[in-house]
Ligand binder design. Structure first.
Ligand SMILES: [Zn+2]
Length: 327
């Protein structure tokens, strides 16, 4: 199964450029009624030009879009939503969990960054690195933009198009708002970054909205993957890279990778108590500033698994957390 199967179903991939390490982001045009765009690409002139170009190759313009579906709140996916919607008057549909972030983008992103900077320092990342990453993130903020969500989606909702029905499933973990859209008749899933073929999706830790404790992003993500594994699918259209056709074996590979990484971290913690930052360095050596939060999220995801299994606990000293084994 490949893009031919998708194209036969009227779904066309546009790979839109981004300034991020991940490379291009996939948006999808569904030629149906309503004419539907899934995700938008980042907020940049170059991305907008390419979106124009790809649409016109198919005989459409931005003004023709009638519905925009949002897979999750990350800026490479939402950056152009408002521009497309303002040109086309398209309806913008996103899951409930994405609404406060997308509608209050600048403030929410700044709050998330503050939370991330505190979390980094708490887990042993030097303050200058945390501050530097905060500035990098602020500099990139313009690649996203706020948008009005005109149709709030909930898990289990269906979106009726002339030629298909898409069922909405909530699959948080990579972000707090990951949403997948299932065409059960064609066994196709539009999955955003919930599952990617060539790289594992980062379980990014994001500030909890209700001010509660730090969320366990990897634990949440693995629960979501388990649900997707149960689905009967032939083709997954992903937010980056090529489509996935054998989702069960890919998900099994991801679980095995997380299992191996968890045991590796357990062995490192058994040698001596370490901060998450020291664990990152032990796994990956010197980490680029821009990767510091991604790798921290990755390590904390796995220490969460160990803490939940009762094998490791956190010991806080002077505002810095070290992980120790439970004897
Ligand atoms: Zn993403």
């Amino acid at each position: 199964m490949s893009y031919e199967a998708a194209a036969a179903a009227g779904i066309h991939r546009f790979a839109i450029p981004t300034p991020f390490a991940v490379g291009r982001v996939n948006t999808y045009l569904i030629e149906d009624d309503p004419l539907t765009l899934v995700d938008s690409g980042p907020n940049s002139g170059r991305a907008l030009d390419e979106l124009h170009q790809r649409l016109s190759e198919r005989g459409h313009s931005i003004d023709d879009i009638e519905l925009i579906l949002v897979t999750h709140q990350h800026i490479d996916h939402i950056g152009l939503v408002e521009i497309v919607a303002s040109h086309s008057q398209a309806e913008v549909a996103a899951i409930e969990a994405a609404v406060p972030f997308i509608e209050n983008y600048s403030e929410a992103a700044a709050d998330d960054d503050r939370f991330a900077m505190e979390l980094m320092v708490r887990h042993g990342i030097p303050e200058d690195v945390s501050r530097a990453l905060g500035s990098v993130s602020a500099a990139f903020r313009g690649w996203g933009a706020r948008a009005n969500i005109t149709r709030v989606l909930h898990a289990g909702d269906t979106i009726e198009l002339r030629d298909r029905t898409l069922r909405v499933h909530f699959r948080p973990g990579h972000s707090p708002s990951d949403t997948v859209f299932e065409d059960s008749q064609r066994k196709m899933l539009l999955a955003g970054d919930h599952l990617l073929g060539h790289i594992s999706s980062n379980p990014l830790i994001v500030r909890p909205r209700d001010g509660s404790e730090r969320p366990q992003a990897l634990v949440t993500y693995m629960e979501s993957l388990r649900k997707t594994r149960e689905m009967d699918l032939d083709l997954i259209l992903t937010g980056h890279g090529e489509p996935v056709s054998d989702h069960r074996s890919l998900i099994d590979q991801r679980f095995q990778m997380h299992e191996r990484r968890k045991e590796k971290l357990y062995n490192l913690i058994s040698e001596r108590p370490r901060t998450a930052h020291e664990l990152c360095q032990a796994l990956w050596g010197n980490i680029a500033v821009t990767q510091a939060y991604l790798t921290l999220s990755e390590v904390l995801g796995h220490t969460d698994l160990l803490v939940n299994e009762g094998r490791v606990r956190e010991v806080e000293d002077d505002g810095v957390v070290r992980f120790v084994t439970v004897k």
